[in-house]
Ligand binder design. Structure first.
Ligand SMILES: Nc1ncnc2c1ncn2[C@@H]1O[C@H](COP(=O)(O)OP(=O)(O)O)[C@@H](O)[C@H]1O
Ligand SMILES: [Mg+2]
Length: 405
């Protein structure tokens, strides 16, 4: 025969589990749970206080059965108290609210009709995430079974909390990605407009300055000035050309190609560069790689851009690892270009793909935005990983698309 208590707990537990898994909204969930706990334990009230991860302070997340004026006043448990509580991993019974250091406002508690309190820790893994506090209007016994029951409920709440936080952080990441893509495409359109406008006057400046330079005495000051004008104008034209390449979003001319061959070509182009800058290349290419549909010259440009950036990040020399691999799970070919340079600080990671963002005195800031556009047009992804200390890793992910699609 099962004890009546067991049956009561079992039913209550099932009800709470249903609530916990019914909503991804943390606040709604906590509200439902405190209400249910009060009902099951015939308590006076219950609250949840969760640790705010940003401020490291406990915040009231849900309350039931307790007056607002008392809740506003306290109790404000310190982080230390809840961490200690969580480390003990058990419930704490407070039957003398006047003399327990955990109760910061005993008079107010008394006025509220509170005689007995139970604190239950909420943990995710080894981290304290909050506390569930249950209030009673008279002191009562709590046997082991009842305490285990309350802990089991707290565990379910912690699980739901961790799930909800995970969903929230995924949504945030997805949102940032959408924003980034939108920002890049509108910047691209703006850049295209400016590039078109500037291209013609530049051609005029170049024509007149080089014609004039031919007509003045070769060793005059004027000649020197005109040469500088010509030289700088050529530089502007180069930047504009890159910008046009980026913004024109040239439709890739795709043909079946072996990515490893494209990597080898890019490495060959930069061979001298590597030698001069004392860069060691460590190559590890997947040997079973199949041909995929790509515009080989565009992809080569991407690899060259990423490799040049890595070289430039290591003026005193260093190592570049270049790997290709296949992700069968996602049907992708992944090329990683990694260096052991200074890395990119986290706050700059979302800026580097913007056109014109450059930390170099003579950088155009277009290499990565052009590369991003190219990979995007191949339905792939260009990602960066860096913690600002241990080098930088760029990942080019290309879908395995066959000729027929
Ligand atoms: N491998 C790398 N290591 C450190 N920083 C990098 C690396 N690759 C790119 N960056 C950062 O991203 C910026 C933008 O790169 P890019 O668009 O190629 O423009 P540019 O090379 O002209 O500066 C660089 O100025 C640099 O700050
Ligand atoms: Mg660059």
């Amino acid at each position: 025969m099962t004890s009546p208590n067991f049956r009561r707990f079992y039913n209550a537990f099932r009800e709470i589990i249903t609530i916990v898994h019914s909503t991804p909204d943390i606040e709604e969930l906590m509200e439902l749970v405190v209400w249910k706990i009060v009902e099951i334990l015939s308590a006076k009230g219950a609250i949840f206080r969760l640790l705010n991860l940003d401020s490291d302070e406990l915040e009231l997340s849900a309350a039931y059965g307790i007056g607002k004026s008392y809740l506003e006043k306290g109790p404000r448990l310190s982080h230390k108290i809840i961490t200690d509580l969580c480390l003990q991993d058990r419930v704490i019974l407070i039957d003398d609210i006047h003399n327990d250091p955990r109760i910061q406002y005993p008079k107010e508690a008394e006025a509220e009709g509170i005689k007995f309190i139970i604190d239950v820790p909420l943990t995710i893994g080894n981290d304290a995430v909050g506390i569930m506090r249950i209030y009673f209007s008279k002191v009562r016994e709590f046997n082991e079974d009842e305490q285990s029951f309350i802990i089991a409920i707290a565990e379910q709440c912690s699980c739901a909390l961790s799930k909800a936080r995970l969903i929230e952080s995924h949504e945030l990441k997805y949102h940032q990605l959408v924003l980034q893509t939108e920002k890049l495409s509108s910047l691209g359109r703006m850049a295209a407009g400016i590039a078109h406008e500037i291209n013609n006057p530049l051609a005029g400046i170049l024509l007149y300055s080089s014609n004039m330079a031919k007509k003045v005495a070769p060793d005059s000051r004027l000649k020197e000035g005109l040469d500088i004008i010509t030289h700088e104008t050529v530089r502007c034209r180069k930047i504009i050309q890159e910008l046009l390449d980026f913004s024109r979003e040239k439709e890739p001319k795709k043909q079946p190609f072996n990515i490893n061959e494209i990597i080898d070509k890019a490495l060959a182009i930069l061979e001298n560069e590597f030698r001069l800058s004392r860069i060691e290349i460590k190559k590890n290419l997947a040997d079973n790689i199949e041909n995929i549909m790509v515009d080989s010259s565009q992809i080569e440009q991407v690899f060259v851009n990423l490799l040049i950036n890595a070289v430039q990040a290591m003026p005193g020399g260093g190592i570049i690892w270049i790997n290709s691999s296949i992700s069968y799970q996602e049907d992708l070919i992944v090329v990683e270009i990694k260096d052991n340079g200074p890395g990119i600080i986290v706050s700059e990671l979302d800026k580097i793909f913007e056109p014109f963002f450059s930390s170099k005195p003579k950088g155009s800031g277009l290499g990565l935005s052009v590369s991003y556009g190219i990979i995007h047009n191949h339905l792939g992804r260009l990602r960066v990983e860096s913690d600002g200390v241990n080098g930088t890793s760029f990942l080019v992910e290309l879908p395995i698309l066959h000729q027929d699609n």
